[in-house]
Write a protein that binds this ligand. Structure first.
Ligand code: SF4
Ligand code: SF4
Length: 318
């Protein structure tokens, strides 16, 4: 795989500082039942890196001590970490909102048949990738058969009340472009998704979040191998919107890798650009003493992906 990091760190980006910590985004490991072409963590069924129980306990301590509002669980398929259910249950006991970044197909895998019921019982919000509402595009990006499995997963969640008015169970869908272009306007695409999924499958969901593809990891490598890297970077730079700087997710989120190292976001995590104190990378324990407010955020060329056009974050457009 080609590494886009050397091409990104030479780019200048406006300075950013951290605000009050609100969200802990925890990567529970790189194990996943899928291997999508756009995956920025290069996750897959053969990855063995998983967060251990001691680090999970530290996550819970930080949630408690820092009064964190939201625990955002990612992977890989976060549900494949053997401590996933323990972490969710304990975080919910603390009154923390929990988001499960779910690829939908995991809900149908052998051994995970009761996962959807567990999520509903714990009141976990589900953010599910569905990069398009057409079968061709989804299967191209995520693998053959993924579209059908995703629809089945969504129907399973709907049956439990997810995405239904008044249920309190939130089901958001996540869209990312199938190539080197910016996402369309979020509100208009959400309206299209609602109509198509309702008419074709009687599926309901809450919000659609559009996310810009980052020129890193597997997608960055694909751009480089096709000679499209510079063109895509220029697209991001040409669409820079300074007003998005105030709301980029790194201002209020800390990203944690499976070993407990801290990053300003998931993308910096994948680029191995940790939050540092002097020459030392910061660790989860550090959050027991400080929420890092006021500290400088580690920025580089990929940050233009968060500020282009309508802006982009794990919660969609800014
Ligand atoms: S489902 Fe998500 S984590 Fe798994 S390979 Fe696809 S993009 Fe990566
Ligand atoms: S990539 Fe986005 S979220 Fe990450 S540090 Fe840059 S601006 Fe912040």
């Amino acid at each position: 795989m080609l590494d886009s990091k050397p091409l990104l760190i030479v780019r200048e980006f406006p300075a950013l500082a951290r605000a009050e910590l609100q969200t802990l985004q925890v990567n529970l490991g790189y194990l996943c039942n899928l291997s999508c072409t756009h995956c920025h963590v290069n996750a897959g069924p053969k990855r063995t890196e998983l967060m251990d129980r001691a680090t999970i306990e530290l996550v819970l301590d930080v949630l408690k001590i820092r009064n964190v509002k939201t625990l955002d669980l990612t992977g890989g398929a976060p549900e494949m970490n053997p401590h996933f259910r323990y972490l969710v249950t304990e975080a919910r006991k603390l009154g923390v909102e929990v988001i499960d970044r779910c690829n939908l197909t995991i809900l149908l895998e052998a051994g995970y048949e009761d996962l959807a019921q567990f999520l509903a019982d714990e009141g976990v919000n589900v953010a599910a990738s569905l990069p398009c509402y057409t079968q061709d595009n989804v299967d191209k990006q995520r693998g053959k058969g993924v579209y059908d499995a995703s629809i089945e997963g969504l129907l399973k969640l709907n049956k439990l009340g997810y995405g239904m008015a008044g249920s309190g169970l939130s089901l958001d869908l996540v869209y990312n472009p199938g190539g080197p272009f910016l996402p369309p306007a979020q509100a208009a695409l959400q309206a299209d998704y609602k109509v198509r999924l309702r008419e074709d499958w009687a599926i309901e969901f809450n919000e659609l979040h559009t996310i810009t593809n980052m020129p890193i990891s597997r997608f960055g490598s694909m751009l480089m191998s096709k000679g499209q890297f510079n063109e895509y970077m220029q697209l991001l730079i040409d669409n820079f919107q300074p007003q998005n700087l105030a709301t980029v997710m790194c201002r209020t989120t800390v990203s944690v890798d499976y070993l407990g190292n801290l990053y300003d976001c998931d993308f910096n995590q994948m680029l191995a650009m940790p939050i540092q104190q002097g020459a030392q990378p910061r660790q989860l324990q550090d959050l027991l003493g400080t929420d890092l407010q006021g500290e400088a955020i580690v920025v580089a060329g990929h940050c233009f992906g968060c500020t282009a056009g309508q802006g982009s974050s794990c919660g969609g457009a800014l």
